[in-house]
Design a binder for this molecule. Structure first.
Ligand code: SF4
Ligand code: SF4
Ligand code: FES
Length: 335
């Protein structure tokens, strides 16, 4: 099995592992950000360049460095390879440039965008972006397009990552949209605004890293950080012609007693764990439709963790521990 060193940490990985996958095996501290790669979608990656890294040693056999940054999601590990991500100032500077390009045509929509608070581009801009834009030309503009009953496309926010195209291709019965034209004329389009209308089409909303594809049943209802995510499931037997089945395992987003939206569950990399069907996503918005499992785990650094009960419980346990260590009276045991 090849060994690779990323930011000074060595790991042994199965043959065929990419640098990105190896970095994720080490942990989030060295894993490069991704805007187009998606572990659940075949052939994804290679479009956005946010995952670039510096290969300072190609392999044990050929120790030469690679002459320019490489996309870690598309580059396989070689035995003896040495890679720099966060330890390379050059890469951090280059990534800043990538973010600048991604934002060239992007509108300043965050205050009104449904994706705000769970947007990979917002996070990327915050961590790697410049405070100002140098772009002086007119930005691309598009009308909003309704693609089907449930999904609305805001092309101005699209970063052409191809995730929605691959989702439609790989898990729905029939892909009816794609990227037409190239370069700065490229756009996501359906064939003459044909509706994306099949049982798994709602997944394009979850895989979109930005607010380009939005859930029409949730639009402008609430900022995500004011809602409470809860894990739930129901028995579902929906299956697509491609063999994709619905897991029936979802995340319900509550505001008070109301379920405002239903999404698939996402892992620590922000990627869908198991795809769900439109019936679960759009047609079951009553608590009685679901078996509730409990509060969703939320990363402490996410804006959604604001006032999240899981963390309040953790905090309470911490406070109690300190009280006990200091010999304070346990307030819960007071008469
Ligand atoms: S897609 Fe993300 S960065 Fe763009 S406007 Fe929406 S929240 Fe802001
Ligand atoms: S609409 Fe979203 S998922 Fe589709 S290419 Fe654009 S950014 Fe990617
Ligand atoms: S995540 Fe690797 S190029 Fe986009």
């Amino acid at each position: 099995m090849p060994k690779v060193t990323i930011d000074g940490i060595e790991i042994e990985v199965p043959k065929g592992t990419t640098i990105l996958q190896a970095a994720r095996m080490i942990g989030p501290e060295v894993a490069p950000p991704t805007m187009c790669y998606y572990s659940k979608l075949k052939t994804s990656g290679g479009y956005c360049r946010t995952c670039i890294v510096k290969v300072t040693k190609g392999s044990a056999q050929n120790p030469n460095p690679m002459p320019k940054p490489v996309a870690s999601c598309r580059t396989e590990v070689m035995d003896g390879m040495e890679v720099q991500n966060v330890t390379s100032p050059e890469i951090l500077e280059a990534r800043k440039g990538v973010v600048e390009f991604l934002l060239i045509n992007h509108p300043l929509d965050c205050p009104v965008c449904d994706q705000a608070g769970e947007c990979s581009l917002q996070d990327l801009g915050y961590e790697h972006g410049a405070a100002k834009t140098r772009y002086e030309f007119k930005r691309r503009e598009f009308e909003r397009i309704d693609i089907g009953k449930y999904v609305q496309l805001h092309m101005t926010r699209c970063i052409l990552c191809y995730r929605c195209v691959k989702t439609a291709e790989q898990i729905t019965d029939n892909r009816v949209h794609g990227v037409i034209h190239r370069g700065d004329a490229g756009e996501i389009s359906t064939y003459i605004e044909k509706a994306i209308d099949n049982e798994f089409s709602g997944n394009v909303i979850d895989v979109c890293p930005v607010g380009a594809l939005t859930d029409k049943t949730f639009r402008f209802k609430q900022r995500v950080w004011f809602t409470k995510p809860v894990e739930a499931h129901r028995k579902c037997t929906t299956k697509s012609a491609t063999g994709q089945t619905c897991s029936g395992k979802v995340r319900l987003w509550y505001k008070g007693e109301d379920i405002l939206r239903v999404t698939a569950r996402k892992d620590q990399w922000g990627e869908v764990e198991e795809f769900i069907c439109n019936d679960c996503r759009f047609e079951h918005k009553k608590t009685s439709d679901w078996t509730i499992e409990g509060p969703s785990p939320v990363n402490r650094h996410s804006v959604i963790s604001q006032n999240h009960y899981n963390h309040l419980n953790e905090l309470k346990v911490e406070v109690m521990k300190h009280q006990k260590a200091l010999g304070f009276i346990n307030i819960n045991k007071r008469p």
